[in-house]
Design a protein. Structure first.
Length: 555
């Protein structure tokens, strides 16, 4: 047997087997020549599911959706050259969102690097700003030691697949031609599992017990996707603490009496409570106004985040506990009970009035937010709502005041790229409805291909206000009015029904909120429901809601 093919086969079959051993069950492959050895290894592995996507950018976000849907690490594989550069946005998102994305970039052999060879660029450490670990693998035909390097490197990488250091890793893999492994050696493809090393830092809570005895405290829960924070509910109940739970906290669905779901609206219209201490749980809150308040507040701030790199935004905490939320609140069992009934009641009464105004708004308004309110009423605890960034996630924060639907979003880097692909990746594992604006939809139309090729069911509610609606809420709407529409409004005048036809989606155009109320979401076919709205009308109707809430706060 040719020695090169023998060593190449051992390396790539070992790579596929080690990935399976450490929990990887899905690989998203973007076709190309140089990635042939590893692509064939994954395809031949009996227990690894491969997904084929010709667009590397959409493919990488599709992988993020698979991670979100399965809570397992997922690998992506591409050929050499500019193909790998298209992964950058998704790698950045996985970094900030602590998602275990395994990036595999195929490369030319070392003798072809830096000499002008076609489809070759410097891929070593190309994601160094975003990955937890990176390594340029040896050529398979240099020695048998290449197989041992694979085993060592996968063991190192596995520590970033779960726990406080969870995040992306990158392996650059150079291959010499010929590129085809030997399929008579498939006995090397193993399906044996290994135990991933776990790590959990613990800390004494003695230092904060005097703080927790103070009267006016609140708990703020930000993005907790894939993390459980339910242990804080009994603690908040016993200690009469309001819980300002974000839409991605997973807590609003509990309908717990201490949940304050309208905090963003209340802070937006001038609410400025005097607080002694704040327990911040998870990633930073979605609400800009709440974060601005945290930055100026004199309250003692306690950060609880299961991350080796805790977030200082919006202001460094006074103390940080690097541990899971459940472990932290379980450790507070010996904290003396402080009764704060009147403090909690004030928050509850204000939230009750604000919720009533939100529900009235949804029932009577005709703008974009009213359509989102109608969508929320249609979804049940069996549904997952994936929400695009920009205006949709902010409206969800304001309008999701009751319901059981699970909410997800790409809130790491907060970009609008790859939203369709991420939602489709989730739809492999969950029943997903995507809420998205027209610009974000345009940004990732290529992602729709995976639904067509793989019969993935998803409903897409497309809010089309012909441009960037969120910019209407920023100062430049007035201060740079003469330039606003061209630079920020950015109308595209696209007819999205053609995209539905291209990718075999059902399509329905909804002109009014009433149209949407009497429309049932498809349970079988993938559908795009295009809701046409007006940016200026949307802005004006939001101002009416803010005015009514301001009256509650001022009262």
């Amino acid at each position: 047997m040719d020695n090169h093919q023998n060593l190449l086969t051992k390396q790539v079959f070992t790579m596929a087997s080690e990935m399976y051993a450490y929990g990887i069950r899905e690989v998203v492959i973007s076709p190309g020549s140089r990635s042939t050895p590893l692509a064939l290894a994954f395809e031949a592995h009996p227990n690894i599911k491969t997904w084929i996507h010709p667009d590397e950018r959409s493919a990488s976000f599709f992988a993020l959706g698979l991670i979100k849907g399965s809570n397992r690490p997922v690998a992506i594989l591409c050929t050499s050259g500019t193909a790998a550069t298209n992964y950058t946005s998704a790698v950045a998102e996985s970094d900030i969102s602590n998602l275990p994305l395994v990036v595999l970039t195929s490369d030319r052999p070392h003798e072809l690097r830096g000499i002008g060879a076609p489809q070759t660029l410097n891929q070593v450490n190309m994601f160094q700003n975003f990955v937890r670990h990176q390594f340029d693998m040896p050529l398979a035909d240099d020695s048998n030691g290449a197989v041992e390097v694979v085993r060592y490197q996968m063991q190192i990488a596995s520590q970033f697949f779960q726990g406080p250091q969870r995040g992306p890793v990158h392996f650059n893999l150079p291959f010499r031609e010929p590129l085809t492994p030997d399929f008579d050696m498939t006995d090397l493809l193993k399906s044996e599992e290994k135990e991933i090393p776990t790590y959990q830092k613990t800390a004494s809570i003695d230092s904060i017990i005097p703080i927790l005895k103070r009267k006016k405290g609140i708990i703020i829960v930000g993005d907790m996707q894939h993390q459980d924070a339910r242990e804080l509910l009994p603690f908040a109940t016993v200690h009469d603490l309001p819980i300002l739970a974000g839409p991605l906290s997973g807590l609003r669905q509990s309908e717990h009496p201490n949940i304050i779901s309208t905090y963003d609206l209340l802070y937006r219209v001038g609410f400025n409570p005097d607080v002694d201490f704040v327990i911040r749980v998870g990633k930073p809150a979605l609400s800009k106004k709440l974060n601005q308040w945290l930055k100026t507040s004199d309250a003692y701030q306690i950060l609880v985040q299961n991350s080796a790199l805790p977030d200082a935004f919006p202001v460094p905490s006074d103390v940080t506990f690097e541990m899971s939320a459940n472990d932290f609140f379980r450790s507070l069992g010996e904290v003396p009970v402080v009764h704060r009934r009147s403090w909690l009641t004030q928050w509850q009464q204000m939230n009750y009035q604000a919720v009533a105004e939100v529900e009235s708004y949804v029932n009577h308004a005709t703008d974009e937010a009213a359509n989102i309110g109608v969508l929320l009423e249609k979804l049940t605890e069996e549904d997952t709502l994936f929400v695009s960034n920009s205006m949709p996630i902010r409206d969800i924060d304001n309008l999701f005041v009751k319901g059981k639907v699970q909410i997800y979003a790409n809130r790491g880097a907060n970009g609008i790229d790859g939203v369709i692909s991420t939602a489709l990746g989730m739809a492999v594992h969950k029943k997903v409805t995507l809420l998205i604006g027209d610009l974000a939809f345009y940004h990732d139309m290529n992602g729709l291909l995976m639904a067509k090729l793989n019969d993935i069911h998803i409903n897409i509610v497309l809010l089309n206000n012909d441009g960037g609606g969120i910019f209407s809420y920023l100062p430049q709407k007035k201060s740079a009015a003469q330039y606003f529409e061209r630079l920020f409004g950015t109308p595209t005048h696209l007819e999205f029904k053609h995209a539905a036809l291209l990718y075999d989606f059902g399509y329905k155009y909804l002109e009014t909120v009433e149209d949407f109320k009497y429309t049932s979401l498809s349970q079988l076919d993938s559908y795009i429901y295009e809701v046409r709205t007006d940016r200026e009308d949307n802005l004006q109707q939001h101002q009416i809601l803010y005015k009514k809430l301001s009256e509650i706060v001022n009262a």
